[in-house]
Design a protein around this ligand. Structure first.
Ligand code: SAM
Ligand code: SF4
Length: 326
């Protein structure tokens, strides 16, 4: 279990971004008119990513999540997910997606052993959804239903909180999640991208979102943890469901239990989302895969995992969110 990691906590969770591209344009994620995409040759091949994952397994990593950009815009993503699940030592694989392209491959993913899907859903009103993402709500709904019908064990919804944009969607989202039997988490805006939305005036603290929820229905602290994340959960007895709040900005204990690092689509290990430090794996992958060097670079990144993010210290994102991997 990461014996060489100097942090007292165990880091055993790797989030793997397989592309910086996306078919949506979320207000908080993708800067308007953005076109600075990575070149195809900069992006790791699936073979290279699997070599990195194998190294991670050798260092005690057991949990993996495939993300992006939008992972399902990359060709053969479902086959890559199946190959990752099949790697010896890999115990849990999840997928983060906007779900617009999930419906046709949900069964394939379930049969391959995909354990969880986190689906971004910031609004239930089609016009508001479209305003936020540029996409079509009906495709997401089809993706959610397909994931449930395919029997993927854990399906969660994530909604990013934006003042003046979706605070009136908090209650409808909770009702929808309860009807479908899904866990819903509300996420505070983080300064991880370069969009105009990431302005103080659009920031809606998790505490205020809780108050909005509490004005509709009683809430009771729920000690159960639905996954690996830093969310605080509440039971909504009237809806017989639970909702989570992810307060990366306002929860001062947010980083304490962080057990993850990230691999960007272009091969950089990023020990913390809110810190510029990165470790390039490419020298250990090209021109040929060098397992000893891969291990060395992974270990260096673990040693440098900072105790907490820098978001509250005038942090300026260097890469946009799709280039880091959500
Ligand atoms: N495309 C997939 C999706 O939307 O779920 C996966 C990648 S996305 C970057 C991963 C998560 O990051 C999503 O839940 C998204 O809402 C969240 N995210 C993106 N930009 C964010 C921001 N500025 N603040 C908070 N969360 C953000
Ligand atoms: Fe795309 Fe996900 Fe970013 Fe939205 S949050 S633009 S769906 S990568």
């Amino acid at each position: 279990m990461n014996p060489e990691n100097p942090l007292t906590r165990i880091v055993d969770y790797l989030r793997i971004s397989i592309t910086d591209r996306c078919n949506e344009r979320c207000l908080y994620c993708m800067p308007e008119g953005f076109s600075d995409w990575k070149l195809r040759e900069e992006i790791l091949t699936y073979e290279e990513i699997l070599a990195a994952a194998e190294t991670a397994v050798g260092l005690g990593f057991r949990k993996f999540r495939v993300t992006g950009g939008e992972p399902l815009v990359r060709k053969d993503a479902e086959h890559f997910v199946a190959d990752l699940i099949a790697l010896p030592g890999v115990e849990q694989v999840g997928l983060s997606t906007n779900a617009t392209r999930l419906a046709p491959i949900a069964r394939h993913l379930a049969e391959a052993g995909l354990r969880s899907v986190n689906i971004s859903l910031d609004a239930l009103d089609p016009a508001i959804y479209s305003r936020i993402t540029g996409g079509k709500l009906e495709q997401v709904m089809a993706g959610i239903d397909a994931a449930l019908e395919a029997g993927i064990p854990v399906v969660k919804l994530n909604a990013v909180l934006m003042r003046g944009v979706n605070e009136h969607q908090i209650w409808p989202l909770a009702q929808f999640a309860a009807e479908k039997g899904l866990i819903l988490r509300f996420i505070e805006l983080m300064p991880v991208s370069l969009t105009e939305m990431l302005d103080e005036s659009n920031f809606l603290p998790a505490g205020e979102a809780k108050q909005i929820m509490a004005s509709h229905t009683p809430m009771i602290v729920d000690d159960h943890h639905y996954g690996n994340g830093p969310a605080q959960y509440f039971r909504l007895p009237e809806l017989d469901s639970s909702v989570g709040f992810i307060g990366a900005m306002t929860n001062l204990h947010f980083c304490e239990a962080c057990n993850k690092i990230r691999l960007t689509a272009d091969g950089k290990i990023r020990p913390c989302l809110g810190n510029h430090g990165e470790f390039d794996l490419k020298p250990a992958l090209r021109p040929e895969i060098n397992p000893a060097l891969l291990r060395e670079i992974f270990l260096a990144s673990l040693r440098e995992k900072p105790p907490e993010h820098q978001f509250r210290n005038q942090y300026q994102p260097g890469r946009i969110m799709t280039a880091i991997g959500g």
